[in-house]
Design a protein around this ligand. Structure first.
Ligand code: SAM
Length: 390
């Protein structure tokens, strides 16, 4: 601490002790100084988040601790949620730092904007730009809260209006064998532990979604049967982090390459002309699967009609056949347009799926109901009807 700062602090303490009233300028000056200390401390919170993220993603704790959770608990006395909050804060700052605009500068700010970011990234970026343009460095958590609240309310109203204007398909939810297509966050699904044979899924890519992989690994370890398989599409950019997160909870088994037949989109930050995509296979214990191909050649345009990120159904069917038997339970917690439950139903497996977005969920349910007719599959029980099973 500088000498004049120490002196000022001493003066103020002495005058308080002697009940000498403080001048307004003394109070304001001291307030500014103390606020600078708080501001530095709050920024450190984000550095802590970045450090924790690197430790988790690089599994730098692995020589002394079995899991990241154990590391946080024993090294820092934190539970997973606390560590996750720090990491989320750092992730929010990353996402909202763009076009020479600095991201939030403290955790109170990241916490206010995180729900909007989870719901609609584009909207969150627009809100952040607006706040920075209007208030510059004087963006506060309160100002963010006010704007975010308004945007969330508007998005909710839009969702409701869209839902009201569409005719809802109905799907029976009473029979245990019904293909349950839930509209929720997969972390809120209430499934019987150890009840799923294959968890086949395609989570969203991008650094902001990295925390989901740890949750997905934990969720898979809980819901899969002993010997069950998680097969998950992943982007390439964050492969080490993704594999590290899944490896916390499950056993690495293999990686399948899905090779695009047409087109090689360039991943510009890495300058890669990307011609294939990994499907990561992790297991709970030792799977009893037959032989499977570890490279598939597919048309990249297949599957896009249902969802902008839709995966081809032939691919899903090959994976379902490789890792399950008829009657087994196949779960897709990020089902998008419903490609995986469709494939599962077509092959006589029982399907459970989940999708966060109400609009996408509705489209998936409609597609499944339609396909139920087209494929002669009874959507009420997920098994092929007599017409197609012979
Ligand atoms: C890459 S897309 C899946 C596309 C799908 N494979 C298909 O063929 O249509 C990922 C989906 O996960 C959904 N999602 C994101 N976060 C989620 C969460 N926490 N719980 C459930 N679904 C989520 C997104 O709305 C998106 O539709």
């Amino acid at each position: 601490m500088r000498e004049d700062d120490t002196k000022a602090r001493g003066d103020i303490a002495r005058r308080l002790h002697q009940s000498v009233p403080l001048e307004q300028s003394d109070v304001s000056g001291r307030l500014v100084k103390l606020e600078e200390v708080i501001d530095r401390g709050l920024k450190t919170f984000i550095e802590v988040g970045n450090a924790l993220r690197e430790i988790r993603e690089g599994r730098l704790y692995r020589y002394e601790y079995a899991t990241f959770d154990e590391y946080c608990r024993r090294r820092w006395g934190w539970d997973r949620i606390n560590a996750h909050r720090h990491i989320e804060a750092a992730t929010v700052v990353d996402v909202l730092s763009f076009d020479n605009i600095d991201g939030p500068s403290n955790v109170a700010q990241t916490r206010e904007i995180a729900p909007l970011l989870r719901k609609d990234e584009r909207e969150a970026l627009a809100v952040w730009r607006e706040l920075r343009e209007e208030y510059g460095d004087r963006v506060t958590a309160e100002r963010i809260r006010r704007l975010v609240r308004g945007r969330m309310a508007r998005l909710r109203r839009e969702d409701e209006a869209r839902e009201a204007s569409e005719e809802k398909p109905t799907i029976s939810d009473t029979d245990g064998a019904v293909p349950n297509i839930h509209c929720s966050d997969f972390r809120d699904l209430d499934l019987e532990p150890g009840s799923v044979d294959l968890l086949l899924t395609d989570p969203p890519y991008g650094s902001e979604y990295l925390p989901l992989w740890d949750d997905l690994g934990r969720f898979a370890a809980q819901t899969l049967k002993e010997g069950g398989v998680l097969a998950a599409y992943s982007g390439q950019t964050y492969l080490p982090e993704v594999m590290g997160a899944l490896g916390e909870h499950l056993r690495y088994w293999w990686m399948i390459a899905v090779v695009h037949r047409h087109g090689k989109p360039v991943v510009w930050p890495r300058r890669a002309m990307n011609a294939w995509k990994p499907v990561l296979v992790f297991t709970k214990g030792k799977p009893e699967c037959g032989l499977f191909r570890d490279a598939m050649l597919l048309g990249s345009a297949d599957g896009k009609e249902g969802h902008p990120w839709g995966q081809p159904s032939s691919e899903a069917e090959e994976l379902v056949e490789a890792f399950t038997e008829p009657g087994d339970v196949v779960l897709d917690p990020f089902c998008g347009s419903g490609t995986v439950p469709m494939a599962a139903m077509a092959l006589g497996r029982r399907a459970i799926a989940c999708e966060l977005s109400p609009t996408v969920h509705r489209a998936a349910v409609e597609r499944i109901l339609r396909a139920g007719r087209d494929l002669s599959v009874d959507p009420a029980n997920g098994t092929p009807s007599a017409a197609s099973s012979g």
